[in-house]
Design a protein around this ligand. Structure first.
Ligand code: SF4
Length: 267
């Protein structure tokens, strides 16, 4: 069974990512984010291990082109609480290192700090998602812990990326202190995009969402473009004024100057 796949999770022309691959060490995610995009996968909030993972990972790595960029993970956090003792992601990183891939770690967890040494010995970048929306991310580490984690990544010399995503207009669109406190090498930002199931969950938390005139894009509901441009360009201007590059994720605005996901930091 393949465990590394070409990155195209949304089959959307709005995605401006460079060519890369997607690898999820776990199936499902225990962080339980209310807005999660991946809950179309059955029992998604229940974390599961993959049978034959290490063997299948090695098999897939042998088929990859030289210099491949792997994003880990896009639809299941690679550092769920169980990773502290299971060390599955850690073993995967050791294997990935042997194959000299470029690795983009994407997580909401400070458990990634445990693996900074090995990550510093390979071509890697660490992207930590910090939204300031703790109540919507019930099992993920707090905003403060994530801020400290991203600062530690930066201090380690590994390219540090802040993922400010999702941004909900009027709720967390002015959390500039997250950027100021972490001073990352790059910021990826994106507005909340809802599918039918996440809309049902979020609509119970934020009743006003039911009155928004969302734009339908495929299976997603997007905030109106004017609103998205306003909040995202405010964040972009803030970052660029302090010398930090910015990319938008799946917004359909002009392509980023460097990269949307921070992959330019990996060479
Ligand atoms: S961390 Fe990501 S994959 Fe996990 S529940 Fe939250 S949004 Fe979904």
């Amino acid at each position: 069974m393949r465990v590394i796949r070409p990155f195209d999770p949304w089959k959307s022309p709005l995605c401006t990512c460079p060519e890369k691959y997607s690898f999820n060490p776990y199936t499902g995610c225990a962080h339980g984010c209310i807005y999660c995009y991946a809950t179309y996968i059955p029992n998604f909030y229940r974390l599961r291990e993959k049978k034959g993972l290490f063997r299948n990972l090695e098999k897939d790595l042998k088929d990859l082109p030289a210099n491949a960029l792997i994003s880990m993970s896009n639809s299941s956090d690679p550092y769920p609480p169980a990773e502290r003792y299971r060390e599955i992601t850690r073993r995967c990183i050791e294997i990935l290192k042997e194959y000299d891939v470029r690795l983009m770690v994407v997580t909401k967890s400070d458990i990634v700090l445990r693996d900074l040494k090995i990550l510093s010995e390979m071509r890697s970048a660490v992207s930590i998602t910090i939204t300031g929306l703790d109540e919507l991310e019930p099992n993920a580490p707090s905003t403060e812990r994530r801020i400290e984690a991203l600062k530690a990544v930066k201090d380690s010399g590994i390219p540090a990326i802040l993922r400010l995503d999702p941004v909900i207009p009027g709720i967390n669109d002015r959390r500039f202190e997250i950027i100021e406190k972490t001073t990352p090498d790059h910021v990826v930002t994106s507005t909340l995009k809802l599918k039918a199931d996440s809309m049902a969950r979020m609509g119970k938390r934020l009743l006003w969402l039911k009155n928004v005139s969302f734009e339908e894009k495929g299976v997603y509901r997007y905030f109106p473009e004017k609103m998205r441009r306003e909040v995202l360009y405010r964040i972009k201007n803030f970052c660029e004024n302090i010398g930090i590059s910015v990319g938008f994720c799946r917004e359909g605005f002009e392509p980023p100057s460097r990269s949307c996901d921070g992959s330019h930091l990996l060479g």
